[in-house]
Design a protein around this ligand. Structure first.
Ligand SMILES: Nc1ncnc2c1ncn2[C@@H]1O[C@H](COP(=O)(O)OP(=O)(O)OP(=O)(O)O)[C@@H](O)[C@H]1O
Ligand SMILES: [Mg+2]
Length: 481
């Protein structure tokens, strides 16, 4: 359950919030003044506060100052009408998470709230990294007893006790973000904010402004000043994910923040000093990016002072059993259903598989199996086809009937990220056409050239398949039926 506290002196706004945020996952409390809001916070313990900037009685800015004094991690989003945006920008300097303009664009508002709630959860939900006892229910933790994971735990402990920059490497889904959060939660900065920035998800031109902010008019579209994550996160920790994806200009700025704690907003000349710890992560071998001159060597060495490498799951198969038990307890299930277990044969199948999507893929496989399982135990037939070594065409009835949703989508996402790794190693390889061609070829091979079956396997019509076969010039390789 996510708790949302709205502080606004206008009854209309409180009413519309009640309508917009009517959801079983959100518990909304409202207050009509800053004073009332401050009184409610210790009782409600909201995950997120949404507050009007201009209110009768205590001003929004003053209320924000007091909220943040009591808990610098409390996320606050300011709401402002056009005339008062300058106040909202001031509020960002005081550590507000974001601001929105009134009147609201409802879908945007909902998205902003969802993102903020996620950030709040990341800050509050402590990630433990001591080997978990099997009885400790529901605690969020990094599970693993294998030798390499014990080494990882040791490094987390050392990093938590220091203020050093850290670089976390490892394939997709190996737990890099989880490790970053564990370091934060156990560091002396744990009472200050933790903000995550995914450098690959933000368009290159915008990343610099996202991190460092910009002055008004710094570039087309920069109608207002903007405060960046580094300024917002003062005294806290920034998690920079996918650090390999930055422009040279941004890399230079990051290097300077790391060396001197100072930067300028984009288009600005005032030097701003911050105290922020940087934890970076990448699933791309940075050494190669350095060799290809895409990544600054000096920045690489600065980040690489302490490195935590997360080995792929296939190299620590002894952790699979622990992880499975952990996910069986952690993942949501029907509360009335009996405690789930797993059949030894199913566990064996999980231990045999090579897990290209690592722990994330395993988590999704268990999530899906919990939906599929009819009885108390997860059986081999509840597992995804690729895990039990069947091609999709020969899949069991259970796997064909599986909801294509979640599991499938995130598995293909993991696969896509792996393909990008291949593409980065070989820049001449045009990955999309290559993959498309290969999919068609393999589908035809698997179905012995039966176009109807191959088209079905690919999820396209027969006409589309025929066009691809022609386009790729592969008709002669198969005796097409
Ligand atoms: N050792 C572990 N114990 C428990 N859960 C784990 C472990 N490792 C990963 N997970 C879970 O697996 C999922 C993926 O982990 P995470 O997001 O940290 O991976 P990542 O390395 O950041 O992946 P990507 O490179 O794709 O961003 C998360 O749900 C996380 O909680
Ligand atoms: Mg990640």
């Amino acid at each position: 359950m996510n708790k949302l506290l709205l502080i606004d002196d206008e009854e209309d706004v409180r009413y519309s919030f009640q309508r917009i945020f009517i959801s079983p996952e959100i518990e909304l409390t409202t207050a009509s003044s800053g004073e009332e809001g401050l009184r409610l916070i210790p009782k409600v313990k909201p995950d997120l506060v949404m507050m009007d900037v201009r209110m009768g009685g205590m001003s929004g800015l003053e209320t924000l100052r007091r909220i943040r004094q009591a808990d610098p991690r409390q996320l606050v989003i300011l709401m402002t009408a056009y005339g008062t945006t300058q106040t909202a920008i001031e509020a960002m300097k005081l550590g507000a998470y974001d601001y929105v303009l009134k009147p609201f664009d409802v879908p945007k508002l909902q998205e902003l709230v969802a993102n903020a709630l996620r950030a709040a959860r990341d800050m509050k939900q402590v990630v433990s990294y001591q080997p978990l006892l099997e009885t400790e229910d529901y605690e969020l933790g990094i599970v693993g007893r294998s030798e390499p994971m014990q080494h990882v735990f040791k490094l987390i402990g050392q990093l938590a006790a220091s203020d050093a920059t850290a670089l976390i490497t490892g394939e997709s889904g190996t737990g890099k973000e989880l490790v970053a959060r564990a370091i934060y939660h156990h560091s002396h900065r744990s009472q200050h904010p933790f903000l995550a920035v995914n450098c690959a998800a933000i368009p290159e031109q915008l990343l610099e402004s996202e991190l460092f902010g910009h002055e008004r008019g710094a570039f087309t579209g920069a109608a207002l000043q903007r405060i960046g994550k580094f300024e917002q996160c003062n005294r806290g920790t920034i998690f920079m994910d996918e650090i390999g994806d930055m422009t040279p200009a941004t890399q230079t700025k990051i290097l300077r923040v790391l060396q001197s704690g100072t930067f300028e907003r984009v288009g600005g000349n005032q030097s701003i000093k911050v105290d922020v710890r940087v934890i970076a992560a990448t699933n791309r071998p940075l050494e190669q990016a350095v060799a290809a001159r895409q990544f600054r060597e000096d920045l690489f060495y600065r980040l690489n002072v302490v490195r935590i490498h997360l080995p792929p799951l296939r190299e620590r198969k002894e952790d699979i059993r622990l992880l499975v038990n952990y996910f069986l307890r952690k993942l949501p299930k029907d509360p009335a259903a009996p405690l789930r277990s797993i059949a030894p044969s199913a566990l064996k199948a999980l231990e045999k598989y090579h897990w290209p999507g690592n722990v994330r893929e395993l988590e999704n496989a268990i999530r899906r199996a919990l939906v599929m399982a009819k009885g108390e135990a997860i059986l081999v037939s509840d597992l995804p086809a690729e895990v039990i070594g069947q091609s999709a065409t020969a899949g069991s009835a259970a796997s064909i009937a599986a909801p294509a949703a979640e599991g499938g989508a995130s598995e293909t996402a993991a696969l896509a990220r792996q393909l990008f790794q291949i593409a980065r190693r070989d820049p001449k390889l045009k990955i999309l056409p290559t993959v498309e061609r290969e999919l068609v070829i393999q589908a035809l091979k698997e179905t012995e050239g039966n176009q109807v079956h191959a088209a079905k396997l690919l999820g396209v019509t027969r006409a589309t398949l025929r066009k691809r076969v022609e386009k790729f010039g592969i008709q002669r390789e198969f005796s097409i039926k």
